[in-house]
Ligand binder design. Structure first.
Ligand code: NAD
Length: 411
């Protein structure tokens, strides 16, 4: 993943004629911390060694900001790539943050609630010198949620001796979270989807849609897109995919998930693998699970007209080229899933002011910022004759480069 993030930067920097010195600086993170710690299982006899990471890519723009993921694939390269994308995302959205990311190499689904809490508290105490409301502010990502953020906030606050809600975003509302944060990434995905539909003359109402991943991002995106008239025909989670050309009822999905905990066996649908799901005939495909899903192996079989990247890094460079050649429009991750960090920014601002907004206010502001960024990226793409990904990267990178030039070099 790091190689993908670096190659995207290189490709864009070359096209932009970016200053070599700034280019070189942006290829590597400013700070990276790797920790290992003992973790006692509920049975008390077993103690595992667990690895955790926190990477801050760029400290030029303000505090750093980025999620924490719990996943077995987490490593330094992955977390670094994600921190680099956070930098471009924040700059593209004109948010006053640099990029960061963190992660713990565990399978969160194999842990009890108390195990998850112990890991979270120990990981927080291991990275405590790096995070803080003015320095580096974590948020939820793959495998983490509001509850994990609440434990991080509590652990940090215990060490400081007073409540510090601003140390994380994506918190529960009761401890300073923002209305609308839970659905923010999905709402941003759908705002970009609607903007793209307008650009490519695809009526969103009645458009058939496939969503990979039914977590925080995928579930919210599916729900909001359906409210705009899209027809959900395929859906998946880690257990596999389901499809129904006549449409999948979200109420039925909720009922089935509450009973079984997974999508497999959803009544009224046919089963399919996650690989086959991506190749289903549809107008819109939303990868909202994990990275490296659209590759040179399957890009020529993707039948969607429009791909909106809910996940980070779902498309490889090779697949990008194949999809572009085939006329498939890809709305890139750093734009499409920027709704999460945007409402995280709103949460941070509300916390600093101790003045909280209504859900309507949060959603309206989010949609306005997402539309502005979308139009900006489509405009750059047209003006400079580049694809949407390169256009979004150009916008982000040029803002960062200009800030670096203004600040100069110390000493
Ligand atoms: P999540 O843990 O809430 O949900 C992930 C979903 O993907 C689950 O349904 C899971 O079963 C499924 N999944 C996991 N592995 C899979 C696989 N190999 N194949 C198919 N499905 C799989 O995570 P999330 O927060 O929704 O994050 C999903 C993606 O969106 C990640 O790439 C994350 O970095 C990105 N993202 C998340 C946010 C956010 O606010 N949560 C913001 C921006 C980007």
């Amino acid at each position: 993943m790091y190689r993908l993030a670096a190659a995207q930067l290189d490709q864009t920097a070359e096209r932009m004629g970016l200053d070599d010195n700034i280019w070189e600086r942006l290829r590597t993170p400013q700070r990276a911390l790797v920790v290992s710690f003992p973790f006692r299982r509920d049975n008390y006899a077993t103690v595992d060694t667990v690895f955790g990471y926190r990477v801050q890519h760029l400290l030029t723009m303000g505090p750093t900001k980025g999620g924490i993921r719990y996943d077995l694939d987490v490593d330094l390269g992955e977390v670094t790539a994600l921190s680099i994308w956070m930098t471009w995302k924040c700059a593209l959205m004109a948010l006053p943050f640099g990029g960061a990311k963190g992660g713990v190499r565990i399978d969160p689904h194999s842990l009890s609630r108390s195990e998850l809490q112990r890991i979270t508290r120990r990981y927080t105490s291991e990275i405590i010198e790096m995070i803080g409301p003015d320095t580096d502010i974590p948020a939820p990502d793959l495998g983490t949620d509001e509850q994990v953020m609440a434990w991080i906030m509590d652990t940090y606050s215990q060490q400081k001796g007073h409540a510090v809600p601003g140390v994380v975003t994506g918190k529960p509302i009761e401890i300073g979270g923002s209305h609308g944060r839970r659905e923010a990434t999905g709402r941003g995905v759908v705002t970009c989807l609607l903007e793209a539909c307008r650009e490519i003359d695809l009526p969103p109402s009645g458009a058939s849609m496939v969503v990979q991943g039914f977590g925080q991002v995928g579930a919210a995106a599916a729900r909001i897109a359906v409210q705009h008239g899209a027809k959900l025909v395929g859906l998946s989670d880690v257990s596999g995919g389901v499809f129904a050309p006549g449409g999948i009822e979200l109420a039925e999905v909720d009922r089935h998930l509450a009973e079984s905990g997974h999508l497999r066996g959803l009544p009224g649908t046919e089963p399919c693998t996650n690989e086959a799901l991506l190749e289903l005939p549809c107008d819109v495909l939303i990868p909202a699970a994990v990275q490296n899903q659209l590759t040179e192996k399957n890009a020529d079989r993707i039948r969607a007209r429009l791909v909106v990247e809910g996940a980070n890094g779902p498309t490889t460079l090779e697949a990008d080229a194949i999809l572009a050649e085939r006329g498939v429009t890809v709305v890139p991750d750093i734009l499409a899933n920027a709704g999460g960090v945007t409402v995280s920014y709103f949460e941070w601002v509300q916390g600093l002011q101790q003045f909280f907004w209504s859900e309507q206010e949060v959603n309206d502001r989010l949609i306005r910022l997402m539309q502005r960024a979308s139009k900006d990226v489509w405009g750059v793409s047209r003006q400079r004759g580049v694809g949407l990904r390169v256009a979004a990267l150009m916008r982000g990178i040029e803002r960062v480069a200009e800030a670096k030039r203004r600040r100069g070099i110390f000493p």
